[in-house]
Design a protein. Sequence first.
Length: 239
Amino acid sequence: MATDSDASMATTGLRRGPRRTKGDATRETVLRAAVDLASRNGLAGLTIGDLAKAAGMSKGGIQGCFGSKLRLQRATAESAGNVMEREIYAPTLAVAPGLKRLMALCENFMSCSARTDFSAGRFFDKAAAEAGSKPGTLRDLIRNLYGAIGHRVADCAREAQTLGELDASADPQQLAFELTALMGEAARHFRLDDDATHFIRARFAIVRSLRPLLTAKSPTLPDIRPPKRRERVAAAILR
């Protein structure tokens, strides 16, 4: 059953946007390179020189696109947020609202995090740690973008409660905090050792957290077994 928000987003997606220009394409190329660089070096370490080299442009061309380093940093954060929207959040609109969409959202997040080419996730981990001690508009932007996954999970939990698929006494925000903590920790461990077993552990823990909250209307959750000790899984299996 589609919700009003689904219909609104679907309609918006059908509208023809403004014609793309060469400048738009150039800016997108630069921002893709910026997200990748910042995911490794941080926003503070994002230099015009390194970005010009990565994007195959002159320093003057980069400066002409953004004007200042702060504008470049903000545009980079927004670009990473757009990637998250496109690859993690938007695909869940094709899934029925409620518990199924919540599970799809968690699955999308972990599947993307298991990809070596998905720099947006690494970007937000680094940017959040970096901006935490630096109050200002950039930190506010990163806080809002970084927190989007938790807000989406909470929204899905509320939908599930409205549909009678999740215990009405559950706190959606607390549930979102716990599930995103599990997913984020799995992603961080994976980046350290390339062992996708961490995502299986997170999936198992997510299902275990949800089972006590199920109702007679709840869809069936997947039966996931925890990995055996020292069992290692190739990331390619999860992609």
